[in-house]
Design a protein around this ligand. Structure first.
Ligand code: HEM
Length: 475
């Protein structure tokens, strides 16, 4: 009887909790316990969230497991939420919460500021980094040429290339692609992101207390990421052996200097390792997925590829590599890269934020501690912002004279104080790698194969596995 009574009590409490708090943004009816969690198509959560905004407005709410979540849709709601004030600067507790640059409060501010400064110091926007990227391209171009025009899957090549750029910045050196340590790190990150993309991670985010106690593959993640941290720790120890504070060579050296200089407990060796981990975790997969989208879109639209190549041939020629200074003279190529990012929409729901105090948003009262999802998809595909939102159209970024134009609704890196920390680095990598690819090779799908542009929903929206043929162009 007591058990039955407890159950009835629990169910009544859940039914009450499933009722939307007064003056909260509207939204679909939530079910006890699971809320709206299972009403969204796991393969198209961002699409479903965008559709819901047509019915419930630009600011609406959903119950994800036991917690209420507010979804922001459209450019003005996102701007109001993310760029005005600091009330959405925090992140909720997430499945994997050992990150440092993704933390909150003083820790987040000091580590983000330091990471931004150091990335800039080591060349984001400067020639030294440009050389590293172009040098890396020469290695991948050899790998690609080895396939002699035969079909190959570009996944590993792209991952290796962009991971080596982070290695250069963080460790001060690149790895040969066959290096044992490098291969191990790549494999561990791949394995980790598979678990992070699984239903286990979603359940953990919704029911952290319960999931901590239940068995499942989500527990393996601690070990996988622990192994990566150990690899980074080895690099830190090697750096300490020949570290010269007056001549920092990379992110690790700068951080070691900061530990000595700054009497703040936030700067210590454990956090150094975690920051390195954050830069790899956030910076490799994202850029590599975008480059894979780029190649896939070029096979789907060979006429666009030919136009990009003609522009590069005219402005850069074939006797030198492209440089960042060429960007202003390559408006069509620049527009194509932007359109690839818009259509690729690789982080469709950005990363979640959380209200730092009671706020008003879109006319609604939202209490402190509510998770906020900035729905980037609703902006990148908004029919009021783009002439042909669902079509691949580089013209979105060109004026009638063919000059490149910036668009406010282009926000694949999100906006506000939590905007992507690696935006400038990513833009530089995308431009230099993409123009180098187009200068050296023509890409096509294997004979008889149609490119499939339907994305896979995981840690990011990525292209399904595909093979591609690369034909060398004239030297
Ligand atoms: C955060 C997109 C590449 C480091 C983010 C966010 C987005 C994003 C949407 C969430 C912003 C928010 O919460 O409002 C992308 C895309 C990339 C890319 C589309 C490539 C095409 C990179 C790279 C790095 C990086 C290359 C670093 C080397 C980070 C970090 C954060 C972040 C550290 C967390 C910032 C914070 O919490 O303060 N990124 N990113 N990203 N990104 Fe990127």
């Amino acid at each position: 009887d007591l058990l039955l009574f407890a159950l009835v009590l629990l169910l009544t409490a859940e039914c009450l909790r499933a009722r939307r708090p007064r003056s909260f943004p509207p939204g679909p009816r939530a079910f006890p316990l699971v809320g709206n969690m299972f009403s969204l198509d796991p393969g198209d959560v961002h699409g479903d969230m965008t559709k819901l905004s047509e019915k419930y407005g630009k600011v609406y709410s959903l119950k994800m497991g036991p917690s209420w979540t507010v979804v922001l849709n459209g450019l003005s709601a996102l701007q109001e939420g993310l760029t005005k004030g600091d009330h959405l600067n925090d992140r909720p507790e997430l499945f994997y919460t050992h990150c440092i640059i993704f933390s909150n409060g003083h820790m987040w501010k000091q580590q983000r500021r330091f990471a931004l400064f150091t990335l800039k110091y080591f060349g984001v926007g400067k020639k030294s980094l440009e050389f590293s990227i172009l040098d890396e391209f020469m290695y991948i171009s050899k790998e690609i040429a080895n396939h002699k025009g035969k079909p190959f899957n570009p996944h590993l090549i792209m991952n290796n290339a962009v991971s080596n750029i982070i290695c250069s910045l963080v460790f001060g050196h690149r790895f040969e692609y066959g290096n044992e340590k490098f291969l191990k790190m790549m494999k561990l990150f791949d394995k980790g992101s598979q678990i992070e993309a699984s239903i286990w991670a979603q359940l953990y985010n919704a029911f952290p207390v319960l999931m901590r106690r239940l068995p499942g593959p989500h527990h393996a993640l601690q070990n996988i990421y622990g192994e990566i941290m150990d690899l980074i720790k080895t690099e830190v120890n090697q750096h300490k052996e020949d570290w010269n504070p007056s001549e920092p060579r990379d992110f690790i050296d700068c951080y070691l200097n900061e530990i000595q200089k700054v009497a703040d407990a936030g700067f210590n060796e454990d956090n150094l390792v975690m920051c390195g981990f954050d830069l790899f975790g956030a910076g490799s997969h994202t850029t590599s997925v975008t480059l894979r989208w780029a190649l896939l879109y070029m096979t789907k639209y060979p006429e666009v590829q030919a136009k990009v190549q003609a522009e590069i041939d005219e402005v850069v020629g074939t006797s030198r590599q492209p440089s960042m200074e060429d960007r202003a003279d390559l408006p069509y190529t620049d527009a194509v890269i932007h359109e690839i990012q818009r259509m690729g929409n690789i982080v469709p729901l950005s990363l979640p934020h959380v209200t730092t105090r009671d706020i008003r948003l879109g006319g609604y009262k939202i209490p402190k501690g509510v998770t906020i999802i900035p729905n980037l998809t609703s902006v990148l595909f908004d029919k009021n912002e783009w002439e042909t939102p669902d079509a691949f159209n580089p013209g979105h970024f060109l004026n009638p004279e063919g000059k490149f134009v910036k668009r406010a609704a282009f926000i694949p890196f999100s906006a506000g104080k939590r905007v992507c920390l690696g935006e400038n680095l990513a833009r530089m990598e995308l431009f230099l790698f993409f123009t180098s690819f187009m200068q050296r090779f023509s890409f096509s799908t294997p004979p008889g194969v149609e490119p499939v542009l339907k994305p896979r929903f995981g840690v990011t929206l990525s292209p399904p596995p595909f093979e591609i043929c690369a034909t060398p162009r004239k030297e």
